[in-house]
Design a binder for this molecule. Structure first.
Ligand SMILES: Nc1ncnc2c1ncn2[C@@H]1O[C@H](COP(=O)(O)OP(=O)(O)OP(=O)(O)O)[C@@H](O)[C@H]1O
Ligand SMILES: [Mg+2]
Length: 822
């Protein structure tokens, strides 16, 4: 088995003990200790300004560091850890730092390492999710889980939700499984369990549906020995709440807890932090908590993040000290003035005053291009020119609001032969063949994982149609076993028919207790039975290989070969199948890399590793060999680049069309604009397109309202529109005519995935206005059923106030609202 990071922590403590000079005068451990002792406290605080230094040196009470973007919050956290170690105030194993992405965690570990030496590796730096996985794996029994529990990502959860909705007879055409998943996710982020939710009074039908599916969804997850992403946090919170001994263990272990990007923590994460800090009632002094954040960079409200956590830090942790940083070290003054102006133009935001002593720098280029294609070309030309002037490719980042915008930019870069990497986007792990291959690995690792088992049982086709599927499901139901075990029963029956003894295969490999009688599944054809037998045997062989310590890459290869999955792709003359086969080769490479990093890593460890790869982590995999970075603004949080292009600065693109009906969502878009602008160190470009093709229809969009906020003296406005285009693009009402014939997407297409950073949500398709008047009943994609209580405005700016029950009345611009009249 792999050593868990916690084992490493324990080892660290042991090392320190045996590393006393009189016990071990020579050897690695002792030298390690010498390096730590040798870290010089002064060098750790060198170059910090007075306030930063104050935060780094503070001891004794909880500490909140608030500051605008680029003022050194993350730097303070890193230096503070190094300072705790260098002064001997803490051992590395007593430190827990929580970052937003795994990439940020790796960076922090590296920086501390550079400051204090190898002891850094014994501290725990991770994201909330990775931390919880580790806690749950370590205490799985107390948490009521198997050690090999699966982690379902958003797509797995949606598929499970679909099955559950079908089971209870909820029409997912009316209330899509995504909507149900989002609601359940919101509830989990608020730590509201299924029983508690069921007790509430629900007026609106979506809420009623949620109350119905939530308990069953949880039961099906438990049946499959799986947890979804939100469960990771909620289950850990329950574990620490209900199990005092486990909680005390962590209070003793983590004496210093540091959280970056605190403005983006949700309620569940906040509770987790307070639990880890402890309250002293178990006889262990509360841990020392340090959090840093910027409420103006809160961009995850859609995942339940709340700046309440920052605003009420003082109440939550009495006696807390607050340190406010104001000097920015990242950007030029022009960039900062633009950021100040954009954030200050919101209603809900306080004014910001970021400043630097680095000088005003170049002006911000604002350019309107005739089309999205022309915009991509403009970006390409600028990058080429700057590159010729000596800038490295890695200096450039191109941002967009939604992933759908990346394709044209990619085509342009590919066409021009410029090296780039796309972070997020068509995510590797979301490709069908990759999901299939991982489903095979998961099904091998956990025979009860129903979602993945069902995904592959007929993939590639092995004659398991709806009828055979029905027989298997009925069997599972009758005998109270999982879907996988139903297949195992077929395998056993066929084996007996072939004169073999199923009991000669150990239960861990077969997926059920082979010593017990296994009833046959009724209603299956001969071919289906033979195929299921072969299918299950392949999974048994994979389990045997895993048990024998074979590396995950090898298990993957034999699964792909034995099932014929790879063979079919290779034999196909569809070029896309060729790409799919290449992607599988890429997955093989991922597994090999894993084996290098964790030579003893088993299949379950590999699966855990890949379920936690956040989008931004792809950054870590690429050397800085000079590539332009393409990413959504959400994934850019915390990062910085010398030259930044923010594209798609149009009302309806950015701010996103979905946000236009709600002041609070518009404020969130504004904060996103502030995050985007403050990533730039030296040069900033804000570009927009007069027409943009969305869902196959070219649309004319007016300039983003965020551009209006920019102070004229810091911008260099280059307008490549013709005068007519300019007039058209300036008139919001013009657009609605052009959209008249727009294709209206089906409901399920609109809101794709709220759970994912970088929001891959495609812009809502503007369409002919819904005509509604007071009293009409409507169905909104996200909010469900409601009644119109007021209407106003005219033409493209017609709005309606809709009461969706739950006490929520929303004002929606009809032009953008994904809503139909009933
Ligand atoms: N005292 C300082 N002297 C020189 N450079 C500094 C100082 N403090 C921070 N920096 C640099 O300024 C940049 C921004 O710092 P950092 O990333 O820590 O800011 P932040 O507040 O965490 O930003 P964000 O809000 O975007 O996460 C980094 O390049 C950092 O190295
Ligand atoms: Mg930061």
């Amino acid at each position: 088995m792999t050593t868990s990071p916690f084992d490493a922590l324990i080892a660290a403590t042991t090392t320190r003990r045996s590393a006393l000079p009189h016990e071990a005068p020579l050897g690695g451990a002792w030298q390690e200790q010498a390096t730590v002792g040798g870290a010089d406290v002064e060098s750790v605080v060198a170059g910090l300004n007075e306030r930063q230094r104050e935060a780094v040196e503070h001891r004794g009470t909880p500490l909140l560091v608030t500051a605008g973007a680029g003022s050194g919050k993350t730097r303070v956290l890193t230096r503070r850890i190094a300072h705790l170690l260098a002064t001997g105030d803490a051992r590395a194993s007593e430190i827990l730092a929580i970052t937003f992405t795994n990439k940020a965690a790796a960076e922090m570990r590296e920086r501390v390492h550079a400051l204090v030496g190898p002891e850094a590796r014994f501290m725990q730096v991770s994201t909330f999710h990775s931390l919880c996985v580790r806690i749950l794996r370590e205490h799985h029994e107390a948490a009521g889980l198997r050690s090999t529990f699966s982690i379902y990502d958003a797509a797995d959860s949606a598929r499970l939700m679909k099955m559950v909705a079908d089971e209870v007879g909820i029409d997912t055409k009316r209330t899509s499984e995504r909507v149900l998943c989002n609601r359940v996710s919101d509830l989990k982020n608020e730590l509201v369990g299924p029983a508690e939710y069921a007790e509430r009074f629900h007026r609106d039908p979506v809420a009623k549906a949620v109350a119905e599916v939530y308990p069953l969804y949880q039961r099906r997850l438990a049946d499959a020995h799986a947890v979804d992403f939100d469960d990771l946090i909620m289950t850990t919170v329950m574990l620490l709440r209900d199990n005092a001994a486990v909680a005390e263990h962590f209070h003793r272990r983590f004496r210093h807890i540091l959280v970056d990007e605190y403005q983006d923590t949700n309620h569940a994460q906040y509770v987790l932090v307070t639990q880890l800090v402890g309250n002293g009632r178990d006889g262990v002094d509360p841990g020392q908590l340090t959090v840093v954040g910027d409420s103006d960079q809160s961009i995850y409200a859609f995942r339940g993040a709340t700046i309440r956590n920052i605003e009420q830090f003082g109440d939550d942790f009495p006696g807390a000290r607050e340190v406010i940083l104001d000097q920015n070290y990242r950007s030029t003054q022009n960039i900062l003035s633009a950021a100040n102006a954009v954030i200050g133009s919101g209603q809900g935001q306080r004014s910001k005053n970021l400043w630097t002593d680095q000088g005003s720098g170049d002006k911000i280029v604002v350019n309107a291009c005739p089309s999205d294609r022309a915009e991509a070309q403009f970006v390409g030309r600028e990058i080429e020119t700057l590159h010729k002037q000596g800038r490295a490719w890695s200096d450039f980042a191109i941002f967009f609001r939604t992933n759908a915008q990346s394709r044209l930019l990619e085509e342009m870069l590919m066409g021009a032969g410029m090296p780039y990497r796309l972070i997020g986007g068509t995510k590797f792990y979301e490709r069908k063949e990759i999901k299939d291959a991982i489903a095979y690995l998961r099904a091998a690792s956990n025979p009860d994982d129903t979602v993945n088992m069902r995904r592959i049982v007929n993939e590639p086709r092995r004659g398991i149609g709806p009828r055979a599927l029905g027989s298997l499901l009925a069997h599972a139901d009758t005998y109270g076993v999982s879907f996988g075990v139903a297949i195992a029963h077929v395998w056993a029956a066929v084996a007996r028919e072939l004169g073999q003894d199923p009991a000669s295969t150990p239960g861990e490999l077969a997926g059920f207790d082979t010593a017990q009688p296994s009833p046959d599944v009724v209603g299956l054809g001969k071919a289906a039975r033979a195929n299921l037998h072969a299918f299950w045997q392949i999974l048994i062989d994979a389990r045997a290989a895993d048990a024998a310590g074979r590396p995950p890459a090898e298990i993957l290869d034999s699964l792909m070969d034995a099932t014929g999955y790879l063979g079919l792709l290779q034999a196909s003359d569809d070029p896309q199948d060729g790409v799919r086969a290449e992607n599988l080769a890429e997955l093989h490479a991922v597994a090999e890399d894993f084996a290098i990093a964790e030579p003893d890593g088993r299949l379950a460890d590999f699966l855990e590793r890949i379920s936690l790869v956040a989008d931004a982590d792809q950054l870590a995999d690429v050397d800085d060999g000079g590539q332009i970075t393409l990413m959504t603004i959400h994934t850019a949080k915390g990062l910085e680049f010398p030259v930044v292009f923010v594209t798609g600065m149009e009302d309806g693109t950015f701010p996103h069309s979905r946000s236009l009906g709600s002041a609070s969502e518009l404020d969130e878009e504004r904060r996103l604009a502030y995050v985007a602008i403050t990533r730039a160190r030296e040069l900033l470009y804000l570009t927009r397109a007069g027409t943009r093709t969305q869902w196959g229809t070219p649309m004319e969009l007016p300039a983003s309202r965020f551009l209006d906020a920019l102070p004229p003296d810091v911008t260099d406005v280059r307008d490549s529109l013709t005068p007519t285009e300019r007039i058209r693009a300036a008139s919001p009402s013009y657009g609605s005519g052009a959209w008249g014939g727009g294709r209206v997407r089906s409901r399920g297409q609109r809101r794709i995935d709220r759970n994912r950073a970088g929001s891959s949500t495609p812009p809502t398709q503007p369409k002919t206005l819904v005509q509604v008047s007071r009293g009409d009943r409507v169905n909104h994609d996200t909010f469900g059923l409601g009644r119109v209580v007021e209407t106003g405005g005219s033409g493209a700016s017609t709005w309606a106030k809709v009461d969706f029950g739950d006490g929520s009345v929303k004002r929606l611009l009809l032009r953008y609202a994904p809503m139909e009249k009933l």
